[in-house]
Ligand binder design. Structure first.
Ligand SMILES: Cc1cc2nc3c(=O)[nH]c(=O)nc-3n(C[C@H](O)[C@H](O)[C@H](O)COP(=O)(O)OP(=O)(O)OC[C@H]3O[C@@H](n4cnc5c(N)ncnc54)[C@H](O)[C@@H]3O)c2cc1C
Ligand code: FES
Length: 276
């Protein structure tokens, strides 16, 4: 099976407009007109948002969840914001019509298989956001797509209804059992892999979830791609403040920059035990 490299597209820095903001479950969904970003976007890219108050030191990174046509504006990007935390609360509290400084699309996107193989997509919480446009792209290529959508509870599950409508099979798992199976991704990943017979596994979520998925994929002989979130002070590859311990193709331990060498990295290359 051949997998294309996830090549980066050039980023733009633009003053965007918040077109629409609505609460869905525990998250805020934002539709942002950011000229130049939708055209360059590939699934797995993120944007860096400058926070408006000068007391915030860094920008914050957000997955692009969707690119949608909007009347009169061309296309807009959709973001999913967890309002817990200083930056998230600021962004979630902005009214429609606000101006937002957006840099993107950033990062190395998901690599796509060249053949129409079976793919398993595993997402937890807001981090599942980049998997939905990925599912669309994989389906266009004739891939059979199945998903595991996980969250702490029903409110923290992202778009599970949409997942049910758009992919072949979905496993829903919540930590409190409020919907779907009760538990964590680590408890269902083996069965999901066996059932889907996936050759490629894509995962986005907390580090322990990514680790569990990468290990299970390797045990099943599947190829895994993990979307790794670590704090990103600059998000553009300059400051080296987003280290991810990896093993290079030559077997030598190295440190990758999450923002520019990733955030999508091969699951079998990340040294999960050393990732803070
Ligand atoms: C590639 C990427 C994509 C992301 N996509 C989303 C998304 O779609 N929706 C969303 O709500 N959040 C996303 N995050 C996390 C987001 O960027 C913020 O870092 C997180 O919301 C915490 O910031 P805060 O100011 O709200 O919270 P605070 O707790 O006030 O953050 C304090 C500091 O911790 C860092 N930090 C805390 N948690 C994280 C985390 N999980 N990842 C990175 N940095 C963290 C922040 O950079 C900040 O410097 C993403 C992060 C990365 C790296
Ligand atoms: S955040 Fe600065 S190099 Fe990655």
């Amino acid at each position: 099976m051949t997998v294309a490299t996830g090549e980066r597209a050039g980023a733009v820095h633009v003053s965007g407009e918040l077109l629409d903001t609505k609460r869905i479950g525990a998250f805020r969904h934002l539709t942002v007109v950011a000229p130049g970003v939708p055209e360059r976007f590939r699934p797995g890219n993120f944007v860096a948002i400058s926070l408006g108050d000068s007391s915030f030191l860094a920008r914050r990174s957000y997955w692009v969840h969707r690119v949608r046509p909007v009347g009169g504006y061309g296309a807009a990007i959709q973001l999913v914001v967890d309002p817990n935390g200083v930056g998230g609360a600021w962004l979630a509290g902005l009214p429609a019509g606000s101006r937002i400084k957006v840099t993107g699309p950033l990062g190395r996107p998901f690599a796509l298989p060249k053949e129409p193989v079976s793919c398993l997509l595993v997402g937890e919480g807001y981090s599942a956001a980049p998997l939905f446009p990925l599912a669309e792209r994989l389906r266009e290529r004739g891939c059979a797509v199945t998903m595991v959508v996980a969250g702490a509870d029903e409110a923290h599950l992202l778009s599970s209804l949409e997942a049910r409508r758009s992919v072949r099979a979905v496993t829903v798992v919540t930590a409190d059992g409020s919907v779907g199976q009760k538990g964590r991704v680590a408890g269902v990943i083996e069965e999901a892999l066996a059932r889907s017979q996936a050759e490629v596994v894509y995962a986005a979520g907390p580090h322990d979830t990514l680790h569990a998925v990468a290990a299970a994929a390797e045990a099943h002989g599947a190829w895994s791609q993990t979307a790794v979130e670590v704090p990103q002070p600059c998000a553009t590859g300059l400051c080296h403040g987003c280290p991810v311990p990896v093993v290079g193709e030559d077997g030598v331990a190295r440190v990758a920059r999450a923002c520019s060498d990733g955030p999508v990295l091969r699951g079998d290359r990340v040294r999960w035990g050393d990732l803070g």
